[in-house]
Design a protein around this ligand. Sequence first.
Ligand code: PMP
Ligand code: GLN
Length: 388
Amino acid sequence: MKSANLLMSSLGTTVFEVMSALAREHQSVNLGQGFPDDKGPQEVRAAAAEYLMNGHNQYPPMMGIPELRQAVAEHARRFQGLSVDWQTEVLVTSGATEALGDCLLGLIEPGDEVVLIEPLYDSYLPMVRRAGGVPKLVRLEPPTWRLPHEELAAAFSDRTKLILFNTPMNPCSKVFDRDELDFIATLCLKHDAYAVCDEVYEHIIFDNRRHVSIMTLPDMRTRTVRIGSAGKSFSLTGWKVGYITAAPELMKTIAKTHQFMTFTTPPNLQWGAATGLRLADDYYSTLAGDMQRKRDRLANALTDIGFDVLPAHGTYFVTTDFRPLGFNGTDDDFCRHITVEAGVTAVPVSAFYDEPVRAPRHFARFCFCKHDETLDSAVDRLGRHFRR
Ligand code: PMP
Ligand code: GLN
């Protein structure tokens, strides 16, 4: 029999699925895959439920229901000062994952170079490669994860089609500062490249930092593609409602890709997401404040146990160095060990690198977007295990 696509058939199963399956098998407290255990805002769920029962449950418009596209545009004005035309510049997708796929398959021509920043979210590289892109990887180094300007400049060339990056950044919880964004923008302008920015954690940002979209920087408005997710902004990760904002010329091709990927997204969930995007400012400040408090709760407790916990400026995650605990194996070994022996699951950070063998092997990522009792139970189990 002929073989399937070699690139896709050679992939492993994503680390999130692998670790969640292991967590289920061992009934561990799952701080691996990033999902909240809160139910999400009541108004948002009620709006989706009401629409499901009484609304129009047939194919919505391909670009998304007008109410959600309008809400995305209003939200961009409220939080980023961007003026967005909801009819030509907003597309609703089935999660940020589809949005990323639409952008990469829609924008990359085989042989185009694509600049990516390691550590990186797991869908980026396979999709860039499947689109025929040639990845140019630039690595951030712990503990500061600062952008290395020289390396980044060297990764760009006139063959660069786009840079794809994520801020606030999963897994290392870095937030790109204004200077770093300016530097990326300068390179995009110099080399006539697009910036595809995964901003799913735009509202999960701490210590009075403010999310800045690279789309707001001078001359970047028409060459940036901005991606958001209702899953993250409303703690409803199973919904898979994403949204893309891009100038009309770029959007046209991205939408043509979307039409043959999913075509649409469930209308009641779109209605719910529109309700969420219209929530008052205090919903968003409370979300960030609650997550910051959870970060501190988990980070302080892990520090007490003996982990070296790296700073986390945004996202759902803290990165921890487990070597001070005296564990000598790899991060894969460590995450499996604590799942089986301590009853707590984390994710190995080397999974966020192109070649895990060349990645740092001493970091585990823990997710803190959980009820206090869940966090306390995880900490209690780890404490009992490592203080034995
Ligand atoms: N990008 C990043 C950085 C993520 O952490 C995630 C995980 N949820 C996604 C994209 C995918 O988002 P969605 O669930 O909306 O597809
Ligand atoms: N974004 C989530 C994480 O980083 C997982 C998403 C998924 O399971 N695909 O944990």
